[in-house]
Ligand binder design. Structure first.
Ligand code: ADP
Ligand code: ZN
Length: 650
């Protein structure tokens, strides 16, 4: 039992990893062909079809695009993968002038621009990573009206010459990406975002669209206020991500269980494994690598060059696993991340949802897997106690944690509970694609069990002036004569051995749930269990208690590729004839991506390649009707793709 705690482990050293830090970046100039001529059209549908190769807008996209194209301000809340980019890219192309995109993700600007250029869109960026010549070139293009989109880091707006540059050119709109960075309580706060409230003063007639995947009403209000977007129309999309399967498994040997999960369900897939501390990141990455999984570490203390290299490899190579602290991930728009695993409990549902949302942007089946147990509850509560900040701040952190714990302990549909947290309704009681729906969790009357635990804590305190952690307490309940029991003659307590009706994991589950519900507190260096104000009522049996049944260690939720309920997405299975074509196309894409120095998905998504393989288009006209192939890509890649498809035919 590698991971069975001897005593509840101490929280890790506080890590300063909990904010995103932009790695200083040096970018090679993208190797894509020079930007072709403008794709001017004032009709958003025409732009969507011709440039992006899509037939229809999704969800709120059309309303947003029409509103912004018409000059209106908008605040857009959409989950990761919901399709936020088109909400400003299409209006930028449909309006005259350049769409200016404010983004904190300097390290990813080159990729974003490359992806647009691959579509034939004239895009550029200005940030601190460029040399003077590169910057001048982009500035000239902007002034000459030769840019459709210009990406800017927010700190550029502090530079007066940059503001004057924007004033001399023609701005079609301002898009404020990752708009929650303006919210001061979030861990993504960027002071430079506060500068953005100046935009409407200088450019009163230029529409602004702020976008975020952070969903709570409080954040939304704060964004609207701080960005002076009070007159903006709000668009709040459904936050459901039906293609993500949510699963929460019990902790204990979690690295081994993670490995089993990867081997059985995601062999060769790209994914992210989140850990709380950098030490755990390094150990987990080493463990996975030793077991033959291609895994890379990422945390804020890694050398900047290594971090950059690992991020670039994750984006460009197929099937890598990134083991990371939450320093990794914002703005990573790799569409084919097939799983996000958490080895430690996230601090809030917002964080959990943002992190898991990085899976399956392409809409294909993906898994969110979280290992959760008593050590998490203890650790997180302690981190809050030890954190700096006033009582109100701690209360806020505690409320966030409580909501996260309630999600872990629920016997109801995880998705329904997640959406309810964001003020949304799933529309059905059970989604059919989370662990509690697939293997219904049961509950039991835990009143007596809770009374036994609380009595043991109470007797130790009152008869012995002692308090102990969970492991020893369980030994007492089970009547185990351990050296510690003998040392303190705890076998003489009246509660010794009163718990032989339950197993050790079951007792751990009872204690975990008591701590999660604040019916027990943990304190001190040894994580001793103590009474809270709410404990006496339960101990006296005045308050009945329903507890979640501990799942069997071996039980694994069935992989549900097809699900009933609310609109599951399933990967199209390829026919015997199409499968080898798909593989040929993937190989061609890998070579092309390498030659051009761009991630493979910038060329074509898997879904597009799959459709090409199964429809086997005869000519360019037929190829152009496939979703994800606009004019730019048809011109650039059409002949090559047709040759790969039909190469074996003649
Ligand atoms: P977000 O920024 O909200 O996370 P993206 O803008 O990256 O999401 O879009 C997610 C994926 O969905 C992208 O691969 C994008 O090409 C695709 N997508 C967005 N809108 C549409 C649409 N109307 N039709 C087809 N695919 C779309
Ligand atoms: Zn469900």
């Amino acid at each position: 039992m590698v991971d069975a705690p001897d005593e509840i482990p101490l929280p890790p050293e506080p890590d300063d990893d909990h904010g995103w830090e932009p790695p200083p970046e040096e970018h090679p100039v993208g190797d894509l062909a020079p930007a072709p001529a403008a794709v001017a059209s004032s009709d958003p549908h025409e732009v969507l079809r011709r440039v992006f190769g899509y037939d229809a807008f999704r969800g709120d996209q059309q309303a947003i695009v029409e509103h912004v194209t018409g000059g209106g301000d908008a605040l857009v809340l959409m989950p990761t993968g919901g399709g936020k980019s088109l909400c400003y890219q299409v209006p930028a192309l449909a309006r005259s002038g350049t769409g200016v995109v404010i983004s904190p993700l300097i390290a990813l600007m080159q990729d974003q621009v490359d992806a647009l250029r691959a579509l034939g869109v004239r895009a550029g960026f200005l940030n601190s990573t460029q040399d003077a010549d590169e910057r001048r070139l982009t500035e000239q293009e902007f002034l000459a009206g030769e840019l459709d989109l210009l990406y800017l880091a927010p700190e550029r707006l502090r530079v007066e010459s940059c503001v004057r540059l924007l004033e001399r050119g023609r701005v079609a709109l301002f898009a404020i990406d990752e708009a929650h960075c303006v919210a001061q309580w979030g861990h993504d706060f960027r002071p430079d975002y506060l500068l953005l409230s100046e935009l409407p003063k200088r450019w009163p007639d230029v529409p602004r669209v702020a976008l975020t995947a952070t969903a709570t009403d409080a954040t939304r209000t704060e964004i609207a206020q701080r960005l002076e977007l009070t007159g903006a129309r709000h668009f709040v999309a459904s936050f459901d991500r039906p293609n993500i399967q949510y699963r929460i498994v019990p902790k204990g040997e979690e690295r081994k269980r993670l490995l089993e999960f990867l081997r059985t369900e995601h062999p060769g897939d790209a994914g992210i494994v989140y850990c709380l501390s950098r030490k755990s990141v390094e150990q987990t990455a080493e463990f996975l690598s030793a077991q033959g999984v291609r895994a890379l570490p990422y945390h804020a203390r890694l050398d900047a060059a290594v971090r950059r290299e690992n991020q670039a490899r994750f984006l460009r190579e197929d099937g890598l696993v990134m083991v990371a602290t939450i320093a990794f991930g914002m703005g990573i728009d790799k569409p084919d991340v097939r799983f996000v695993a958490h080895l430690d409990l996230p601090k809030s549902i917002e964080g959990y949802y943002q992190e898991t949302g990085r899976a399956g942007r392409d809409g294909e089946p993906s898994t969110a897997w979280l290992a959760y147990g008593l050590p998490d509850v203890v650790q997180q509560r302690k981190m809050i106690d030890d954190s700096e900040g006033d009582a109100a701040h701690k209360r806020r952190l505690a409320a966030h944690l409580d909501a996260m714990l309630a999600l872990c302990e629920t016997t109801e549909c995880r998705r329904a509970q997640l959406l309810r947290y964001f003020g949304q309704d799933l529309g059905t009681e059970r989604c059919g694609n989370c662990d509690t729906c697939l293997t219904p969790a049961s509950s039991w009357d835990g009143t007596v069990a809770a009374q036994k635990v609380l009595s043991a804590v109470w007797r130790l305190k009152n008869e012995r002036r002692q308090s102990f952690g969970a492991v020893h307490l369980i030994d007492i309940l089970l009547g185990k004569r351990t050296p510690k029991v003998e040392q303190f003659s705890h076998d003489e307590l009246s509660v010794f051995g009163i718990g032989s009706d339950l197993s050790e994991p079951q007792w751990r589950g009872v204690i975990r749930q008591l701590v999660a519900r604040r019916l027990l507190a943990v304190s001190g260096a040894y994580s001793s269990l103590e009474f809270t104000d709410a404990s006496p009522a339960v101990m006296r049996g005045e308050q009945p208690l329903t507890l979640r049944t501990e799942p069997e260690r071996t039980a694994r939720a069935a992989r549900s590729r097809s699900r009933g309920g609310s609109g599951a997405k399933t990967a199209v299975e390829l026919s015997a004839a199409a499968a080898p074509v798909f593989e040929r196309l993937r190989a061609w894409r890998a070579t092309a991506a390498k030659e051009q120095g761009v991630p493979a998905y910038v060329i074509f998504h898997d879904a597009t390649l799959r459709e090409i393989a199964s429809r086997s288009p005869a000519d360019r006209a037929a190829l152009g009707t496939i979703s994800g192939i606009g004019e730019g890509k048809l011109t650039r890649y059409g002949d090559q793709v047709l040759e790969v498809v039909h190469g074996g035919d003649t």
